[in-house]
Design a protein around this ligand. Structure first.
Ligand code: SF4
Length: 352
């Protein structure tokens, strides 16, 4: 473990303990199994960030919990707030790694954008998160905790998250088991009460995992990051495309639509001079023709050190497609995924 000087060794997070292990811990102290539910409910639904706040637990039990566990396993390293009320949290994990998550507020929606991995192995050329590869998968509790932390930024006592987009750092389908475990808990009434229909899972397109997700029979919304209408160009932008190819990804997305009835969204980051010409627009329109699909155009967020620019979306609009250009939220707070983490890591590296 590589802790910074001055940072004490963190206590294990309560959400990382399995219900069985916690039940045993309470039983050793003569406490009923009900305590497990109480503690988890306090953290997930009750906004508690200390055991002291858990007022329906005996005082001595709260004190002992505080000596052995932490209610939340992450620490807030940076908290940035944009003028449009977008919040970005840089969270430090128990092993000193860092991840980002974002709260986007557009009334009546409050959307959490969360990460699933430290870094990312997909290597999309425009993305700060993938610049240094993938370090590790997040645990289910680390994923869940981002949601709890972002929900805690909404007004108490009733503020809640209305939507979740799994579009932060990492490829969500490369960490599917932990993600699903976290989202199941988030959807529970004792959790954060966010149903599958309000959750969007974004992927570069891992066909086998898309099919597994479809087989779960849940109503998650799937967003496939396409970024190019042919394999040659897509492999330049999303290098893992050389192993999958667009045809396989679209076939898996079609299966997802058939099994779940949920329309798939195709994400397209506009990179000036690379994938934004009328020719690509026509090719994209032909590629998706006949599919009940939606295209989201995403203006490229400038990333320091990368050579790409942000074009206008007019070319794709002229091709007559159903398109939506996503608004840029929180642009002044390093909103592109992975930028803040990279900046802070560089600051730390240059300070030692
Ligand atoms: S865009 Fe997403 S999948 Fe691609 S490198 Fe970045 S985090 Fe990974």
């Amino acid at each position: 473990m590589n802790l910074l000087p001055g940072h004490p060794t963190p206590l294990p997070a309560i959400l990382d303990q399995s219900p069985e292990a916690l039940r045993a811990w309470f039983a050793e102290r003569g406490q009923p199994a009900l305590r497990v539910k109480q503690v988890r409910r306090w953290v997930l639904a009750g906004r508690a960030e200390s055991f002291e706040q858990m007022s329906d637990l005996p005082r001595d039990v709260r004190a002992e919990l505080a000596q052995q566990f932490s209610p939340l396993g992450t620490r807030i390293e940076r908290h940035l707030i944009a003028t449009d009320e977008t919040h970005k949290l840089l969270l430090r994990l128990h092993d000193d790694r860092m991840i980002e998550c974002v709260l986007i507020q557009e009334a009546p929606r409050r959307t959490a954008c969360i990460s699933t991995q430290v870094g990312c192995g997909m290597g999309c050329v425009f993305c700060a998160s993938g610049l240094n590869g993938v370090v590790r998968n997040l645990t289910a509790s680390e994923i869940l905790e981002q949601l709890a932390r972002l929900r805690n930024l909404t007004p108490a006592p009733d503020g809640r998250l209305t939507n979740v987009v799994v579009m932060g750092m990492g490829e969500p389908l490369a960490n599917l088991d932990n993600l699903i475990e976290a989202l199941e808990v988030a959807g529970h009434k004792d959790g954060l009460g966010i149903g599958a229909r309000h959750i969007t899972i974004s992927t570069v397109g891992l066909p086998a995992k898309i099919r597994r997700l479809a087989d779960l029979g849940k109503q998650y919304h799937l967003a496939v990051s396409l970024h190019a209408p042919n394999d040659l160009l897509r492999t330049r932008i999303v290098p893992t495309n050389d192993k999958t190819g667009i045809a396989d990804i679209l076939a898996a997305a079609d299966d997802f639509f058939e099994k779940t009835g949920r329309q798939v969204t195709y994400e397209y980051v506009l990179l000036g001079g690379l994938n934004d010409s009328p020719r690509e627009a026509r090719e994209l329109a032909t590629l998706l023709q006949g599919r009940k699909a939606h295209v989201n155009l995403i203006p490229f967020n400038d990333v320091e050190g990368l050579p790409y620019t942000r074009p206008t979306p007019e070319a794709l609009k002229r091709a007559g497609m159903s398109v939506k250009v996503r608004k840029r939220k929180g642009s002044e707070i390093d909103a592109a995924c992975g930028q803040l983490r990279r900046k802070v890591e560089q600051e730390v590296a240059s300070a030692v």
